[in-house]
Design a binder for this molecule. Structure first.
Ligand code: FES
Ligand code: FES
Length: 80
């Protein structure tokens, strides 16, 4: 099995997060429940990345899985 992150989407996912809540971002790109982990990383070297929301607002989770500021989008998807 390839151990490279799959580009799930070339644009970020806008999610309204709730302050204090934990979110598990899919780092491998294999989840069917993007941008969050659904366990599909099993058998790869990837694990989900926990993101605790500090405030309730809209955040942009990286869909391309190449962001240097993961789990959030940093604009890297524009170069894909
Ligand atoms: Fe991608 Fe879990 S399914 S990290
Ligand atoms: Fe990955 Fe923007 S979606 S950097």
């Amino acid at each position: 099995m390839s151990d490279k992150a799959i580009v799930a989407s070339k644009t970020p996912y806008a999610v309204d997060v709730e302050a204090g809540k934990d979110y598990y971002w899919c780092s491998c790109g294999r989840s069917k429940a993007q941008p969050f982990c659904d366990g599909s990383h099993k058998g790869t070297s990837f694990t989900p990345m926990k993101h605790t929301a500090v405030e309730s607002k809209t955040v942009y989770f990286c869909g391309c899985k190449q962001s240097a500021n993961s789990p959030l989008c940093d604009g890297t998807h524009k170069q894909l």
